[in-house]
Design a protein around this ligand. Structure first.
Ligand SMILES: C[S@@+](CC[C@H](N)C(=O)[O-])C[C@H]1O[C@@H](n2cnc3c(N)ncnc32)[C@H](O)[C@@H]1O
Length: 203
């Protein structure tokens, strides 16, 4: 059953999400995201499509299933999805409760997602279930920092930021490993906070 607390939180955030994200962060990271998404091939699952700000960075001609727990976020994503030159299906779905068969996808992408999914290791385990053996998980994520004073600031900010949106202090690389993926490469995009993570489901 869908997690209604999380769904409602992100439904509330949908109204101002583009205003908060579109100008600064999205423009800043668009090049890195485009490079990450350029690896798309085969049957692709995109977790947490949000309002669709990532869609203009998708390479054309792909077969993508985009899911998100929030119907309000997805409403905003629809016009962006309509401009995509390829197959892009949007579905309202909780990553913890996906009806896809085991080993359904060749690749899975996430973008600023595992700061938000309430139970990150369980969410990542769900992704592993629907990914084919040897399949790729490619992520663009902001994480907690190891370094003072950022680590302390992020721990202090998280109880507040969590009420309206993401956790600031997650160790997503460790969570990917705990979920049973093999981490192939981690790229530090900004300090040790904004990262790309490339992992595989073991065969
Ligand atoms: C910070 S937003 C990122 C949206 C988009 N990827 C972007 O970068 O613009 C986090 C997204 O995760 C979604 N989300 C949170 N928990 C989820 C879950 N359990 N299952 C599916 N989506 C979830 C939220 O609805 C929200 O759209």
């Amino acid at each position: 059953m869908a997690d209604l607390t999380t769904k409602r939180k992100w439904d509330r955030a949908a109204k101002n999400f583009d205003f908060m994200a579109a100008k600064g962060p999205e423009e800043r990271w668009a090049g890195c995201k485009k490079a990450l998404f350029s690896h798309m091939q085969g049957k692709v699952l995109f977790l947490a499509v949000g309002t669709g700000l990532d869609i203009p960075n998708f390479p054309p001609g792909q077969d993508i299933t985009g899911i998100d727990i929030s119907s309000r976020m997805l409403e905003k994503a629809k016009p962006r999805a309509a401009t995509y030159e390829g197959k892009l299906e949007l579905l309202e779905m909780d990553v913890h409760d996906m009806p896809f068969a085991d080993d359904s996808f060749d690749q899975i992408y996430t973008s600023c997602t595992f700061c938000s999914v309430p139970n990150p290791v369980k969410g990542l385990e769900s992704l592993k279930r629907v990914l084919k053996p040897g399949g790729e998980l490619r992520m663009f994520e902001h994480t907690g920092s190891q370094y003072f004073p950022f680590n302390v600031m992020m721990h202090i900010m998280t109880p507040l930021s969590r009420k309206i949106g993401p956790d600031m202090n997650r160790d997503t690389v460790e969570n990917v490993q705990l979920a049973g993926f093999e981490v192939i490469e981690v790229g530090n995009i900004f300090l040790d906070v904004v990262k790309t993570i490339y992992a595989k489901k073991p065969r």
